[in-house]
Write a protein that binds this ligand. Structure first.
Ligand SMILES: Nc1ncnc2c1ncn2[C@@H]1O[C@H](COP(=O)(O)OP(=O)(O)OP(=O)(O)O)[C@@H](O)[C@H]1O
Ligand SMILES: [Mg+2]
Length: 644
């Protein structure tokens, strides 16, 4: 089956997505889906990438062989020296690309028909020429190049979050660069207006350095005094840096964070607050909004002409960034639930068209909209103005209905999300379910043995299929219980003590149940998820299986309420269960049995389930859930149509 792949070789993380017959989806490269953009040169001259590289550096204790952040060095004639050998940044990026393509090919069972790579919009001909070396060195015969904000915009457009005639800005703040572009939707096409631009060397890595310098300051220079030539001290520095990154990311959801710095003289603890971080990065964030303003002007527009600003890139999750962008331009700010995936998903959607065309004729693959597209192996220059990008395939539009949109509503208010998801989000306009159907069986997240997953015999109907317990007086390992809401859509994993966010709280009731209270006013969800893996549960579907749970409704739902199953973002399916919950006697325990076919009929890929239970609502609702499981051979399940 022909498919296209989009690969985002980011400064900090590398990710890949594919588009095939059934839609667009991420290809997990690790348990966290993305892999770090790092390369390790082994003493025998091999280049390891991603987690293997990090592992080798840790195991060998030789961080001088490990390179990170080299995308920023592309075009720099001075090579990187790893373990005494010189490498060009292009060679290191090629090693990453080769590894990712090998993995994708293994997972999909065949090589892709088209490959779309992405690069920062700010890169001019010189850097693009150097980047053209990357696929060449990786032995990728033909690939295409689009800019990262264009890819992000494509992703938003296929998610249907853009209406006809809408003019939007993309604001992409990743690990290494800031990129921005303006585009207009017209008759199903995306028109790039003005000059996409960006700021080099402005991204999460810089915020990490700022945080490290702050910590060093607070510890009277104890961090900068560490001797990088001493292996133990170099390791302490690397660990401190990693903790600073984690602390920075935590401050996107928490007001403060305690940081332990592992100094050779003993650990030192200090508290860092979000306000401190805000003060440190405010000037940089100001530069990004200035950049966006210039891009808007370059398109001959004013901020008032925009209908929204779309956020992409991991650093766009920083609350100050969202607040600044909203305050500065007074426009709704929309953020994807997983901003780190946006570029790869958009590139894959873009590759889809090329992939379809390549089935009709072999080469060269023409760009969307019939305009010349730059090939990553050189050639036709990329048109930077009025480049028409048809909104990938209609199939993609239909399938990726899971809108992952945050809308910033007012000044300093926290972001409000129009919809939600542990990986994808239901929308109010979705009547029953929404999903991206993965056509082929994907591997378990983080699993490399894709072949065994593909060939696993799952079609048999089994009468003795054991009950799959998901929550039994607590989440049953490997499942975790999480809540997520407008406070933090990334999800808060909780244990016996429960968890609370503004619109939702969840507390184990001590009698085997989990009491979940939605306060109303903004959406929230409870879900049980295997955070590290996905399982092929097709056999439950084939055996007349059902999602079964007990529920005591204390207060009926005030708003539309859904029960969902997820199969790794953006694959998901939900049933509307408002009527069902409202019809239950308050205070009485009811056993709910939802046929799994209600989910598979609307896009659940049961071969890769990671979230077997999720309840979402935006209004007030109070209920205790218990005994959550998947059962086979359920003959008395509720018809799908009776729940909404
Ligand atoms: N919740 C968060 N809060 C703050 N920063 C975050 C959060 N999550 C991720 N980041 C930061 O986002 C950056 C990575 O984002 P992303 O993967 O989009 O960048 P990239 O694609 O590798 O870089 P670039 O696009 O600049 O080449 C890292 O610096 C990471 O620390
Ligand atoms: Mg990026």
């Amino acid at each position: 089956m022909p498919y296209g792949v989009g690969i985002d070789l980011g400064t900090s993380f590398t990710s890949a997505a594919v588009h095939g017959h059934g839609g667009t989806r991420m290809v997990p490269l690790s348990p966290g889906v993305v892999i770090p953009s790092v390369v390790y040169a082994t003493p025998d001259g091999r280049l390891l990438t991603g987690a293997a590289a990090e592992h080798a550096a840790r195991a060998g204790g030789d961080s001088s062989r490990l390179a990170r952040g080299f995308k920023r060095r592309l075009g720099d004639p001075t090579p990187l020296v790893l373990g005494g050998a010189a490498y060009s940044p292009a060679a290191l990026m090629a090693a990453q690309l080769r590894e990712v393509l090998t993995h994708v090919t293994r997972v999909e069972g065949e090589p892709p028909d088209s490959v779309v790579l992405t690069c920062p919009a700010i890169w001019g001909p010189y850097r693009r020429e150097h980047f053209a070396e990357v696929p060449r060195l990786a032995n990728v015969p033909s690939s295409q190049l689009i800019t990262e904000p264009e890819a992000a915009a494509t992703h938003y457009s296929v998610e249907r979050t853009l209406g006809d005639g809408e003019v939007v800005a993309v604001y992409d703040l990743g690990g290494g660069t800031f990129d921005t572009t303006i585009l207009r939707m017209r008759a199903g096409e995306m028109e790039i207006l003005g000059t996409p631009e960006g700021i080099e060397h402005l991204g999460g890595i810089d915020f990490d350095e700022t945080m490290l310098a702050h910590v060093d300051d607070r510890l009277d220079g104890a961090v900068s005094a560490l001797d990088r030539n001493d292996p133990a001290q170099a390791a302490a520095l690397a660990e401190t840096r990693a903790r600073c990154v984690r602390a920075k990311e935590t401050l996107s959801t928490e007001p403060d964070v305690e940081l332990t710095v592992p100094l050779p003289s003993g650990p030192r603890r200090l508290l860092v607050t979000r306000l401190e971080l805000n003060e440190m990065i405010r000037p940089s964030v100001r530069l990004t909004t200035d950049g966006l303003r210039r891009t808007i002007s370059s398109a001959g527009l004013r901020p008032e002409d925009l209908s929204a600003i779309l956020l992409a890139g991991g650093s766009s999750r920083i609350p100050l960034v969202q607040q600044f962008v909203h305050e500065e331009f007074g426009k709704p700010v929309r953020a994807a639930l997983h901003p780190k995936f946006t570029v790869a998903l958009g590139a894959a959607a873009s590759a889809a068209r090329s992939s379809q065309e390549s089935t009709q004729r072999l080469s060269p693959v023409s760009p969307p909209g019939g305009f010349p597209r730059q090939t990553a192996t050189g050639g036709t220059p990329l048109r930077r103005r009025k480049w028409l990008v048809p909104v990938a395939a209609a199939a993609v539009v239909a399938l990726v209905a899971a809108v992952t949109t945050l809308i910033l509503t007012a000044g300093n208010e926290p972001v409000q999300e129009a919809s939600a998801g542990s990986g994808s989000t239901p929308t109010e306009s979705t009547t029953t379910t929404s999903a991206a159907v993965a056509p082929s069986i994907a591997p378990p997240v983080g699993g490399s043995a894709s072949t065994s997953t593909r060939t696993e015999p799952t079609q048999q109907t089994q009468s003795d299929l054991p009950t799959l317990w998901v929550y039994d007086n607590g989440p049953v390992p490997p499942f975790h219980s999480l809540i997520a809401s407008t406070d933090n859509w990334a999800g808060v994993d909780f244990g016996e003590e429960g968890a609370r966010q503004k619109p939702i709280s969840a507390t184990p009731d001590g009698q085997g149940g989990l009491r979940v209270t939605w306060a109303g006013g903004s959406p929230g969800q409870i879900y049980i998820q295997n955070v590290a893996d996905a399982r092929d549960l097709t056999s439950y579907v084939n055996s007349r299986g059902a999602l079964v749970f007990d529920v005591v409704v204390h207060t009926a739902p005030a708003d539309r309420t859904t029960v969902a199953v997820h199969c790794i973002y953006p694959c998901a399916s939900e049933v509307v269960a408002t009527k069902m919950f409202r019809g239950m006697p308050p205070g009485g325990k009811v056993t709910v049995k939802i046929p799994l076919t209600c989910f598979t009929a609307h896009g659940l890929n049961a071969a890769m389930v990671n979230t077997p239970f999720l309840v979402y609502t935006a209004g007030a609702f109070d209920a205790t859930f218990s005994n959550i499981r998947w059962e086979a051979n359920v003959s008395d399940a509720t018809p799908c149509t009776d729940m909404g």
